[in-house]
Design a protein around this ligand. Structure first.
Ligand SMILES: CCCCCCCC/C=C\C/C=C/C(=O)SCCNC(=O)CCNC(=O)[C@H](O)C(C)(C)COP(=O)(O)OP(=O)(O)OC[C@H]1O[C@@H](n2cnc3c(N)ncnc32)[C@H](O)[C@@H]1OP(=O)(O)O
Length: 303
């Protein structure tokens, strides 16, 4: 991910993303409904829809992994690949990330990826999660999250990796890191991201309590930058994008790197240890039992 200045952001340490995409439609390009020219062509994969607008240099990236955009291994991989594709295309300067699933931005980790799975699978899954965070957190593009639904845990990680967050004003659309309520612990790099966004004391409280903030509180604590009526989320995200794109790329990119590099480097230095911690933690019998119970609760809640 080389910048114009030659500064590199994240290393290309990605697993084997293509190997995961057998049978998917990544890379397919098709005209958007009602679209005509190049700027209206969309591409993407099964779980990530990309609507590029070449004229503005902005692409809208929609998560579409129904019902709740849980971060499956496939979704993580497809997100990394779509992001990389846009970053390598000099036409694009910004991405608006949003959800194609009603009422949910992203439900966080796909718990079925870590419940009843073997350690090798959990390790592969966690590396994919780390990779997406590193790529997003250090992206040279402007990332604006248009949060049009609930945004717990891993969903909040995705939003926090962006440069700016616009949340729809609906009391059901809560955002935060609720890991402790599931009996799990946010890893240090996620904690760091929280602290970088809302400060130490607010993070200390919110992380321990597993707080999920409704919109007004999320705005107050600084977790999101704007709260707007639901039908204005996209237009506000576009206005925010214009504000960020008004800054010369090289200056903004180098400043972003200066602000975020130390946090990312901390994970890069300890990536293997972090993976091992994750695997040994989630594979414990007690953690498996509480994850299983949580999943059951979610499934029963439905009926
Ligand atoms: C010492 C070091 C240790 C390191 C350890 C590190 C551990 C990792 C730590 C942190 C990283 C991040 C963790 C996470 O992200 S954990 C996931 C947390 N997510 C949640 O708690 C959200 C759970 N979901 C919900 O609250 C709701 O589903 C909702 C508000 C998102 C949407 O509500 P609604 O529209 O009413 O949908 P349903 O609840 O009816 O759900 C539909 C369907 O989807 C299933 N589902 C929901 N969430 C998940 C999920 N996260 N993973 C898998 N499946 C999920 C749900 O069970 C329903 O399924 P169905 O009945 O079969 O249709």
């Amino acid at each position: 991910m080389a910048l114009a200045s030659g500064v590199r952001f994240a290393p290309r340490a990605l697993l084997r993303p293509w190997a995961l995409l057998r049978g998917t439609t990544l890379g397919r390009t098709e005209p958007a409904a009602g679209g005509g020219g190049d700027g209206a062509r969309r591409f993407g994969s099964q779980r990530v829809l990309v609507e590029p607008d070449a004229a503005s240099g902005v692409a809208v990236m929609k998560l579409r992994n129904p019902p709740v955009n849980a971060l499956s291994l496939e979704l993580l991989t497809e997100l990394v690949i779509s992001l990389e594709k846009l970053e390598n295309d000099k036409t694009f300067r910004g991405i608006i990330l949003t959800s194609d699933c009603p009422r949910v931005f992203c439900a966080g980790l796909d718990l079925t990826e870590i419940c009843g799975r073997n350690p090798a699978h959990c390790a592969e899954y966690w590396k994919a999660m780390q990779e997406l965070w590193l790529r997003m957190y250090l992206s040279s593009l402007v990332l604006v999250a248009a949060i049009n639904g609930a945004c717990p845990a891993g969903g909040c990680i995705i939003a926090l990796s962006c440069d700016c967050r616009v949340l729809a004003d609906n009391p059901k659309y809560r955002i935060g890191l609720n890991e402790t309520l599931l009996g799990i612990i946010a890893p240090f790099w996620l904690k760091d991201t929280y602290v970088n966004t809302i400060g130490h004391r607010a993070s200390e409280q919110a992380l321990q309590l597993g707080s999920l903030f409704p919109p007004a509180e999320a705005l107050q604590v600084g977790l999101v930058d704007q709260v707007v009526p639901e039908d204005q989320v996209q237009s506000t995200a576009l206005s925010e994008m214009a504000r960020w794109l008004a800054v010369p790329d090289h200056a903004r990119q180098l400043t972003k790197n200066m602000m975020r590099k130390a946090t990312a480097d901390r994970l890069l230095r300890q990536r293997d240890a972090d993976t091992q911690n994750f695997v040994s933690f989630v594979c414990r019998d007690s953690i498996q039992k509480s994850l299983q119970a949580y999943l059951e609760k979610l499934r029963q809640r439905k009926g």
